[in-house]
Design a protein around this ligand. Structure first.
Ligand code: NAD
Ligand code: UGA
Length: 468
């Protein structure tokens, strides 16, 4: 009969491991959950007395407050975490490879391999090992080979794939009410039994019909497929936004009417300055690499185009700003509102704002940046990485980090909305207008503000997916 899970260890205390396992601890008070990480400062932040957690996620602090010290623990003692657990989530980062074979496309599986080897080296009893990270199809096979080649007598390792579908900014809601929980296993008696053990954990709060059990390879591929298809919707709507701008059609009207078809559905059709985030681009490139390795170049080209369209959208928007400002922004001051890749997160990985600011700096403009959640050091670090050929001091002469949206806008020649933070809707636009050089421009990359109301004040407004 399936093992009853009493102790869980999660390797990786990041955006996925932290919230996911904190919610398991909340919903399963009878299970002891320990989240381990090599990064001491991250663990210190998870353990901080004032709950200044290492990631910003609405509702996360309440979950951690309810269970930290009860059945939820954060630690850098990875070995102890592994030894005590019946079930181990591997939730480490899997970034795009920077060097070697597949550089720029393939996933860097080094962190997965190191974590797997550590499990094999220190485990003294049988474990269910769960891939939580997003990985290329058949990674579980490599993990099994490593575990079996290094295991001690009486140590069995069963491997499951359990990809995570939460979105940042809504992670806690997504974890409380997931559309589905996907668990992949080998279709052997042992695999099916391990799958039943993990299913029983989720069944504490997720309806049975939403827990899908499939084969290992289907589970791994489903994660890449889901992200590719979500990103493809955004690239499709953004491609249409370019047609709207050229014809006078309105992308919000088009998306609304198309989404009314129940086969298409209304969600995830918001035109934007381009998608960001740590995963869409990485996972599609991973799928492109997989397709190429399987000698399927047409399939690779199809998915690659989703990423290319996104690059085009970011650069097209920057160019529209320059074109509208009479073909030059040299020496002009531009306010960029928002630096995170979406609202309700402090995460900046692959944020479209980075590309925009880089383009504006290349045109030798001055830029004021404001984001309600992103720490200033993070903004400097991201800009330095995006513009490696310029010393940080030079970048800092061109960029000012503002303390509020109002501060950023005052005296600017143009305001660019890069992230859909709600507070940008509530800006006192009349005061902003009065302070700006005329004509005063607003570029709405998120279809966030009421363009007509701003035009009444006197602004020249340019929105994604609208002509004029
Ligand atoms: P992250 O970088 O925030 O967290 C990963 C953590 O793992 C880091 O803190 C790192 O120090 C730690 N780590 C790496 N190797 C380790 C080791 N050997 N031992 C202990 N700790 C180790 O990454 P993330 O955003 O949480 O993403 C993790 C995985 O989940 C990725 O594969 C990603 O594709 C996937 N994913 C992410 C999201 C998301 O919204 N961020 C959603 C779904 C899936
Ligand atoms: C995405 C997926 O939605 C999650 O299901 C998945 O688990 C996760 O990737 C992952 O694997 O990391 P996330 O990147 O956190 O989640 O956030 P999304 O809400 O998907 O937004 C991604 C980007 O697309 C953001 O820049 C967002 O502004 C943009 N977007 C989203 C649009 O431009 N238009 C839309 O209609 C929706």
């Amino acid at each position: 009969s399936p093992v009853e899970v009493k102790k869980i260890c999660c390797i990786g205390a990041g955006y996925v491991g932290g919230p996911t396992c904190a919610v398991i601890a909340l919903k399963c008070p009878h299970i002891q959950v320990t989240i381990v990480d090599l990064n001491q400062s991250r663990i210190d932040a998870w353990n901080s007395e004032d709950f200044s957690l290492p990631i910003y996620e609405p509702g996360l602090d309440d979950v951690v407050k309810a269970c930290r010290g009860r059945n939820l623990f954060f630690s850098t003692d990875v070995n102890k975490g592994i030894q005590e657990a019946d079930l181990i989530f591997v939730s480490v980062n899997t970034p795009t490879k920077k060097n070697g074979v597949g550089a720029g496309y393939a996933a860097d599986l080094n962190y997965i391999e190191l974590a797997t080897r550590q499990i094999a080296a220190v485990a003294t009893s049988s474990k269910i090992v769960v891939e939580k990270s997003t990985v290329p199809c058949r990674t579980a096979e490599s993990m099994r080979t490593i575990l079996e080649a290094n295991s001690k007598p009486n140590c069995r390792f069963d491997i499951l794939s359990n990809p995570e579908f939460l979105a940042e900014g809504t992670a806690i809601d997504d974890l409380f009410n997931p559309d589905r929980v996907l668990i992949g296993s080998l279709q052997t008696p042992e695999g099916i039994s391990a799958c039943a053990s993990l299913t029983a954990v989720y069944a504490n709060w997720v309806a049975k019909e939403r827990i899908l059990n499939v084969g290992l390879w289907s589970s791994e591929l489903t994660k890449l497929a889901a992200n590719a298809m979500l990103a493809q919707r955004i690239s499709s709507i953004n491609a249409l936004s370019a047609i709207c701008e050229a014809t006078g059609a309105n992308i919000d009207e088009v998306a609304h009417a198309v989404g009314y078809d129940s086969r298409v559905g209304p969600k995830f059709l918001k035109a934007s300055v381009g998608f960001g985030g740590s995963c869409f681009q990485k996972d599609i490139l991973n799928l492109v690499y997989l397709s190429e390795s399987l000698h399927l170049p047409e399939v690779a080209a199809y998915w690659r185009q989703v990423v290319e369209m996104n690059e085009y959208q970011k650069n097209r928007f920057s160019k529209r700003v320059v074109d509208t400002l009479f073909n030059t922004i040299t020496g002009k001051r531009i306010a960029v509102l928002g630096f995170a890749f979406k609202a309700d997160t402090g995460d900046t990985r692959e944020s479209a704002a980075i590309t925009l600011i880089k383009n504006f700096l290349n045109e030798t403009a001055y830029v004021n940046v404001y984001d309600p959640k992103v720490p200033h050091e993070q903004i400097w670090q991201d800009l330095q990485e995006a513009i490696p050929n310029k010393p940080l001091e030079t970048i800092q002469k061109q960029v000012t980090l503002s303390a509020s949206a109002m501060d950023a806008c005052l005296n600017a020649e143009a305001v660019v909305i890069a992230t859909e933070w709600k507070e940008f809707k509530e800006i006192d636009w009349q005061t902003v207008y009065d302070s700006m050089k005329k004509p005063a421009f607003v570029f709405d990359g998120r279809l966030l503000v009421d363009a007509d109301a701003l035009r009444k004040i006197g602004f020249k407004v340019t929105s994604i997916g609208r002509g004029g």
